[in-house]
Every structure is written in C-alpha cells, then in structure tokens.
Design a protein around this ligand. Sequence first.
Ligand code: OAD
Length: 253
Amino acid sequence: MDTLISRAVTDLKHARTAVALTGAGISIESGIPPFRGKGGLWERFDPMEIAHIDAFVADPALVWRVLVKELKEVIDRALPNDGHKGLARMERMGILKTVITQNVDGLHQAAGSTDVIEFHGTFAWQRCTECETRVPTRDVDASVLPPRCICGGILRPDAVLFGEMIPPIALTRSQEESSQCDVMLVVGTSALVQPAAFMPVIAQQSGATVIEINPEPTPLTGRISKFLVAGKAGQIMNEILSEVSSLIQSKKQ
Ligand code: OAD
C-alpha cells in the first residue's frame, strides 16, 4: 500500500496537468449511498421508474417522493469529507487542475474545488420546466409535491436523467481535459456508466497515467489504470497529501 501511495505521489509530482474523475464512492463517507452494490440506490429502486425522463414527465409527484427521501434529505445535510477536501487542497497546491465528477451532490464545490465539471449535472440546483429559473435545492419547499417555481412550473433536478443527453459543454470539456492531462486520478467510480467511463480510456490513450482509488477493482483495473490504490477515498487522499506535503517541506529546506 505504502509503495502504491508513493507511486501515486511521484506521478502527481511529475505531472504537468493532473485531473480527477470521481464517482459516488467519494461521497459515501459523507453519508450519500452509492448506486450499485450493497445498499446502493439501484438495488432498492428501478432507475427506469424513478430516474428516467419519461417517468418524470408521466408522474413528477411520484418521482419527487423518492427524490426527496433518497436525494434531497440526504444531500441537504451532507458535508464534504476528506476525499473531497483532499482534491480541493490539491487544486490549491497547484497539483490538480480539474475535477470531472459524475456526482450530483455539489460536495466538490462545497469542499473548495473551483474547476468542477458536473458530467451528470447537479442535484444541488433545481430547474423550472417552464421558465428555466434555477433554485438551490436547499431552498425548495418539498411540503407539496411536485415542488413548483414561483411561475407555477414544475421544478426538476438540474441533473441528467436517464434518457437525456450529457450536457454538451460538460462532455466536450471532459473530453478535452482527459486528452490533455498526463495524470488522471479515478476516484470512487465503478466505471460502468458511459460515456463517463470512457474518460480514463481517452486519458490513457493520450499517454496519461491513470491511477484508481477504490476499495474494489473495476473494469479499468489492469487494463486502463496503471495501478489501483485500494482503500477508501478519504483515507487514501489523506495519505497521498501527507506524503506530498512532506516532499514540499523537504524541497523548501
Ligand atoms: P457506483 O455506485 O456505480 O460505484 C461506486 C464505486 O465506489 C464502486 O466502484 C465502489 O467500489 C466504490 N467505493 C465504495 N466505497 C468507497 C469509498 N469509501 N471510497 C472510494 N470508493 C468507494 O457509482 P458511480 O460509478 O458514480 O448516473 O455511478 C455512475 C453513474 O451511475 C452515476 O453517476 C449515476 C448512476 O446511474 C446517473 O444518475 C446518470
């Protein structure tokens, strides 16, 4: 483990441009359940019934009942953990340029990351289906469902639902960052959902070193990623940062 942390630190130290791709795993330590695996959202719900655009259009109140309990109440009280904070600190140290996240919880920004590409949009904001006004999710009154905008239109997550396209700017920027970086940290994603899971492939094919941080191997492991640092995002990030900090200290002396 120590060796892999040191290898990650060395790769980051030599990187011209490092970026991160994150998934639900980085937010588990903030109390937000993942999608797959034990306790995952898709173990309990059929995504086609609660997260597909057609389901939302057919019965927004029904979809909202699940969203309030499973996402709004959870995300409203979630705080960034050491994983999010570590990536934000890496940005401040000039080590990490951009975070591409599949998460819709807004926790990277809450931790202080300033260049975050929200590949699947965000649940931290809701959007009016009539006038497009955006409202912070914390301010949405969910006592009557579906919640409505002051114009009377139904509010919907500013996130990508199944059956919808990835926001073109997020997709284009992610492809650019992936092809231009020389190190990509892939943190807490099962790498099963396309096109997000293709970003590490673009990075690797463009010559970057792809490093995974995840307690479990993924389809990228041994094929696309150079190595997997096995463990929880918060703990691994702390270990990487403590080694980076001591390198910087010894350089200064
Ligand atoms: P998943 O739920 O598919 O995968 C979570 C990953 O996190 C798994 O690989 C776990 O092994 C790993 N993990 C678990 N605990 C961890 C920890 N403490 N630290 C780091 N990693 C940990 O989540 P995503 O890959 O993000 O899309 O899922 C991708 C997309 O599928 C989501 O954005 C969502 C979903 O359908 C949409 O809603 C459009």
